[in-house]
Write a protein that binds this ligand. Sequence first.
Ligand SMILES: C[S@@+](CC[C@H](N)C(=O)[O-])C[C@H]1O[C@@H](n2cnc3c(N)ncnc32)[C@H](O)[C@@H]1O
Length: 346
Amino acid sequence: MLAEDLKSRIRRSGPLSFSNFVEACLYDSENGFYTKTGRAGRRGDFITSPEVGPVFGHLIANWLDQLWTEIQKPKDFQVIEVGAGCGTLARTILDSEPKCLESGSYVMVERSEELRKEHPTSEKLVSTMQMPEGPIVGAVIANELLDNLPFDLLEGDGNCWKEVCIDLMDDQFIEILTTEKDPPIEIAPLKGARIPVQTQSNNWIKDVIEKISKGSILLFDYGSTTQEMSQRHQDSWLRTFKRHFRGDSPLEDVGNQDVTVEVAIDQLPKGFSISTQKQFLENQGINKLVEEGRKIWEESSSIGDLKAVKARSRITEADALLDPKGLGGFFVFEWKIGSSGAVSEN
Ligand SMILES: C[S@@+](CC[C@H](N)C(=O)[O-])C[C@H]1O[C@@H](n2cnc3c(N)ncnc32)[C@H](O)[C@@H]1O
């Protein structure tokens, strides 16, 4: 269905930019992947850190309280989570009862109406489709949002970079090289090399920076540099997923699989600090949480009650969240915004 709509669009108006193609595949108002069934979670298409279990949200709640303390404990502290999915992270953060939310509020921003229907409800929580207007005092957080924002593609021809667009041949989607385009950073256009151009991510972050008067943006995602991606095969950084398996080429099965890209760290707006998820969670005290869990389990495993089982599961959760080859190797980007509204340079 979506494939037919896109084909008519191409016949009518010519080739589509890759970002327009991804936009339709993921968010088409009727047949986009996230409009229909796409979601994180064990019963979904991929596992994200909040879906591993409550430990991730508990440690983010700690981080939120630290930020709240740093900016002198404002009463109107806001947490805005963008790309909130079905609300799992919001649920676990609220369950952790951070002090910053005693008088503050938590806004879940999610594009997909289907996922918004599952958002938890409470007087502290707001569920919305659109990012609130500023000025914001508090934190804007997102887990695996940037990798799902539509992006363009360039291919080198030995002399210059050309835009990769989607056209039709024999009624099938094909990639074609169109006009010459400057890359977002200086990089040699080696023949056949490909790079993503992540203008939407860059603009989204700049827009959020403008809206925050005091606080931070904290983003979790996988990433690498544009240079590094140019040296790897595109399939290793532009991936598709469906029901926990790698999917087909992005030109196949459109609207029925996730299309994601590694975040190009060097294309993000300047002024952020960066760590791995492993470093970040260790700084937030994950090891202490695991040790406490182990102790509770050892003391009460014979009873095997819910408290003991939950404590035991912290150990396996931490293993998944800290694995340097998996979620632990993700990056955590933070832009701190001072009372002047300026981004502090790292
Ligand atoms: C990979 S999922 C991550 C979900 C959740 N954060 C998690 O970690 O489980 C990305 C989510 O971002 C949502 N999304 C994408 N662009 C968005 C936007 N501009 N505003 C709000 N949500 C958006 C998608 O609909 C999808 O639910």
